[in-house]
Design a protein around this ligand. Structure first.
Ligand SMILES: [Fe+2]
Ligand SMILES: [Fe+2]
Length: 422
């Protein structure tokens, strides 16, 4: 008996940002066409258009999709177009998918509006050969006109076009970006974790996302009644899990982070909370760190498995949420990246990373007086200098290998350094 072919939907888009209309459309396609899953395929940009002004960066667009679809087991992120060196065309991506998965039927989802300029796309016949096209019906597109167009394209291009009946939500990414810029609320138009991320990275000029309502969950919280964090209570709890030296270092990081936040215009409260909790998992024995990561499905890289001490950053973010009631994604991210750094760090990420390096109790690193001064003057240049020193130290045998993320972070800040010094 012939095996049933797999059916995969493909939801392409710039996703700048992803919003509920994308998600509803994908979910409807999944149901109406009995798909096995739907891939979200963020469109790559040609190199000269990467990180367009006013829009989110490629990394941010991907991260927004990741957050939006988390929790839906039949949605999956596909980075095929993101990783491409040059501009990727739909037909090429689809043909490649077909070649790699010959036993799969692909269904490419498009809006009715796109159908009318479908022939202007690059190689439309090849798109049709590689996938069936699901056309989302829109209210403002005349039904008869749409039927005619679908028939015409089927004859001309030899493809299969099907109607996708979905609720008409007149939402566009452009509208969301405009509203954010005009300080209008976009709450519920964009999934909550995406909105928190937009706010934490100040994408589209968003300054601040309102604090979540009080009493949202039964879990232990360290917030006071007015929604602010209770630092004293956090500190008392933390002292039970850190030794004396680590506690002294932690307070040093907290105050240094607060100082940097004052100078660089970051939230003082977030800097203090992230500084206070950044090493909250540090004193957990390494074996237990590994065990906790496995038990809680915290993904580990090969380097981390070999060097579990580094896991205190990821695990710290996990405990900050679980045991200290921190739900602010910006704080959790800063804790996550405080050891390795990463490319394109947020303001708070950089503040915590550098505060950890320069707090008054530190005395081992070279050039500390210079680095300390620089941290208060120029965060990106300081990131470059610190990462450079760190990599030099690590490659001189100061550690067993180097985490890839640190190298990527160094590459990123070296580029900024070079551009400035041209
Ligand atoms: Fe640390
Ligand atoms: Fe630390």
């Amino acid at each position: 008996m012939q095996e049933k072919k797999k059916k995969i939907g493909i939801m392409g888009g710039t996703f700048d940002p992803i919003h509920i209309s994308h998600l509803i459309l994908a979910e409807t396609a999944y149901e109406q066409f009995s798909l096995d899953k739907v891939l979200f395929l963020p469109a790559g940009n040609p190199p000269h258009k990467r990180n367009r002004k006013g829009g989110a960066t490629d990394l941010e667009r991907v991260e927004m999709v990741r957050r939006a679809i988390a929790g839906n087991s039949h949605f999956q992120l596909c980075l095929d177009e993101m990783n491409a060196e040059d501009y990727s065309y739909t037909y090429r991506t689809l043909e490649q998918m077909r070649a790699e998965h010959p036993d799969t039927e692909f269904y490419f989802i498009v809006g009715a509006d796109s159908l009318f300029d479908f022939e202007q796309w690059r190689e439309p016949e090849r798109i049709c050969r590689a996938a069936s096209i699901l056309v989302a019906v829109r209210d403002h597109v005349d039904d008869e006109r749409l039927s005619q167009k679908m028939k015409e394209l089927e004859e001309k291009l030899g493809g299969h076009f099907y109607r996708l009946y979905s609720t008409n939500l007149d939402i566009s990414s452009k509208m969301i970006r405009d509203w954010i810029r005009r300080k209008k609320t976009v709450r519920y138009y964009v999934p909550e974790p995406v909105l928190e991320y937009i706010s934490s990275r100040h994408i589209y000029g968003m300054d601040r996302y309102p604090e979540k309502d009080a009493g949202e969950s039964g879990k232990e919280t360290n917030r006071q009644m007015n929604g602010r964090y209770d630092l004293k209570k956090m500190e008392q709890k933390l002292a039970k899990h850190l030794d004396e030296d680590r506690m002294r270092h932690t307070l040093g990081v907290m105050y240094t982070a607060a100082g940097l936040a004052m100078v660089h215009g970051c939230s003082l409260e977030k800097a203090q909370v992230a500084g206070l909790l950044h090493d909250c998992a540090k004193c957990i024995p390494n074996k237990k760190k590994l065990k906790m990561c496995l038990e809680n499905q915290i993904p580990m890289t090969e380097y981390e498995e070999k060097n579990p001490f580094i896991l205190h950053a990821k695990l710290g973010a996990f405990l900050a949420r679980k045991k200290y009631g921190v739900e602010d994604e910006e704080i959790l991210e800063a804790i996550t990246w405080h050891t390795t750094g990463k490319p394109d760090m947020s303001l708070l990420d950089k503040i915590i990373y550098l505060a950890d390096y320069i707090e008054p109790g530190r005395d081992k690193a070279s050039r500390l007086p210079y680095i300390r001064k620089l941290a208060f003057q120029d965060l990106d240049e300081c990131m470059y200098q610190v990462l450079k020193d760190t990599l030099e130290y690590l490659s001189a045998g100061g550690a067993d290998g180097i985490d890839e993320m640190t190298e990527e972070a160094y590459g990123y800040y070296r580029e900024i350094h070079k551009k400035r010094n041209l």
